[in-house]
Design a protein around this ligand. Sequence first.
Ligand SMILES: Cc1cc2nc3c(=O)[nH]c(=O)nc-3n(C[C@H](O)[C@H](O)[C@H](O)COP(=O)(O)O)c2cc1C
Length: 357
Amino acid sequence: MAKDFACTHEIVDAAHRAWSRAVWDYVAGAALTETTLRRNRHALDSYAFLPRVLRDVSAIDVSADVLGHKLRAPVAIMPMGSMKLMTPDGAKAAGRAAGRYGAIQCVSSVAGQEMEEVAAEGAGPKIFQLYIRGDMDWIKARLDRAKKAGYTALMLTVDGPYYGIRERQLIHRWSLASVRDPARHIQASVTWKTFAAMRRHWGGKTVIKGIATAADAKLAAEHGVDAVCVSNHGGRELDHGRGTMDMLPEIVEALGKRAETWIDGGFVRGTDAVKAYCLGAKCVGIGRLAAWGLGAGGEDGLVRALELFEEEIFNAMGLIGAASIAELGPEFLCRAAPLSPTHETSAFRHFGDAPLR
Ligand SMILES: Cc1cc2nc3c(=O)[nH]c(=O)nc-3n(C[C@H](O)[C@H](O)[C@H](O)COP(=O)(O)O)c2cc1C
């Protein structure tokens, strides 16, 4: 039973046992040398806490407002493609889990199920993430459908004009239909002008996902975006990028109060999330952790993964002396050297030093 998972290690282990090697590598893997992936973890591990003591932390509130939604904790399930590989009910199972738990669900246009079907599952706020595969009429038709289906915001992912070269998938001679779609190339011609036109047509809140520099964060704010997600796609597109935690401070500063700053990339522990909140992130996104929850136990497995993530956030906040997310700030952090080689499963010490394969 998923509720019996005592810790996140057991969830990762269960997903690893449940999936074929090809599915494990699709989810866990990244581009080329996987340096960007490892830098995400490295950047997170490069901070240590400066705990304050003798403060009243007998009641801790981890809830927060994100994009106008009051969330149980500032956590979003990030968009993922081909989710039926993770669990038979795919993004629909994730929708029910997000609703039961109280997290935002971002739904990819290549999730593998129709956006309307996923929108109908679970009561929580849902954001529609679009990969562009056609002209403006094609885009507008998708936006109209998403609005009608009840999505509360539109997310444009901008860090994949080309699909990352994923060596693990190439070795398995395994590729997804969505990647082979010749219309995928249209994405390479998407510009700020496209975003502006989409935003005008959508008329509601927008999120740009995949910003990696202060310069682009400023442009995003000038284009009226409501939230920017600092992201490198979990290291799956550009290799040799920076870890997202190393990008966060300059992007928080560039955006100021003009837009919310979100972050994803390697977040699997509550301590990871608390570090990002300390540096100004309003919301933390999880990709692989959510996939592992689904692999371990479908909808229930993801709910359990979210509960454990929250339990770790709560615990870390209590131990550093912060009773609410609003109390967190950079004064709780200092720089520190990571202790071991970093990789996709290095935050789970009981697997040993090597990545799970
Ligand atoms: C299996 C998988 C599929 C993904 N598919 C998409 C997608 O369709 N659209 C998108 O914007 N990002 C996609 N991403 C990237 C995630 O939204 C997110 O940025 C990334 O997973 C965060 O890093 P993490 O997995 O280390 O948490 C995918 C990630 C994974 C692991």
